[in-house]
Design a protein around this ligand. Structure first.
Ligand code: ADP
Ligand code: MG
Length: 156
């Protein structure tokens, strides 16, 4: 799972498939199919953490899920970023830049919504702790986040 890390990626935020993440208090910004296809095909599904920035805004901590996309009958992957920050507005259509720096756990099925939410809360706490470590913190300042707006660079 760590072989491709750190992984830099930039792309447009598109409408997801309405799993109701926002209703759970954990909105996830979905990348387009084209961006997902540009990921290494052997990258493990599961929960990761790293840094994210919308447009040329501030860089925030994030947790990310790489999972199987139910919209495509689970033959294609989906990549969804939950930014650990409260935004005033949605940002569909904007360019999201991320660097994935670490891996937390594989995908799991949960017996209840409550169990799912508490697992995600733990993932968020784990991401926050890990990202404060110097080796992860240094990527927050990476030049990748200060490149001209709109320039799309995958696998930089
Ligand atoms: P969808 O199924 O369209 O992805 P979600 O319920 O997952 O819907 O909500 C995702 C949208 O919420 C994002 O595309 C973005 O515009 C908005 N959003 C607001 N705050 C955040 C955040 N902290 N992290 C990710 N997305 C956010
Ligand atoms: Mg989503």
């Amino acid at each position: 799972a760590m072989r491709h890390l750190p992984y830099f990626c930039r792309g447009e935020v598109v409408k997801g498939f309405g799993r109701g993440s926002k209703e759970l208090g954990i909105p996830t910004a979905n990348f387009s199919e084209q961006v997902v296809e540009s990921f290494p095909s052997d990258i493990s599904t599961g929960i990761y953490y790293g840094w994210a920035c919308v447009g040329n805004g501030d860089v925030h901590k994030m947790v990310l899920s790489i999972g199987w996309n139910p919209f495509y009958k689970n033959i294609k992957k989906s990549v969804e970023t939950h930014i650990i920050h409260t935004f005033k507005e949605d940002f569909y259509g904007e360019i999201l830049s991320i660097v994935i720096t670490g891996y937390i756990r594989p995908e799991k099925n949960f017996d209840s919504l409550a169990a799912l939410i508490s697992a995600i809360q733990e993932d968020i706490e784990e991401a926050k702790r890990q990202l404060d470590l110097p080796e992860h913190l240094k990527l927050k300042e990476d030049n990748f986040f200060h490149q001209p707006e709109g320039k799309i660079v995958n696998n930089h």
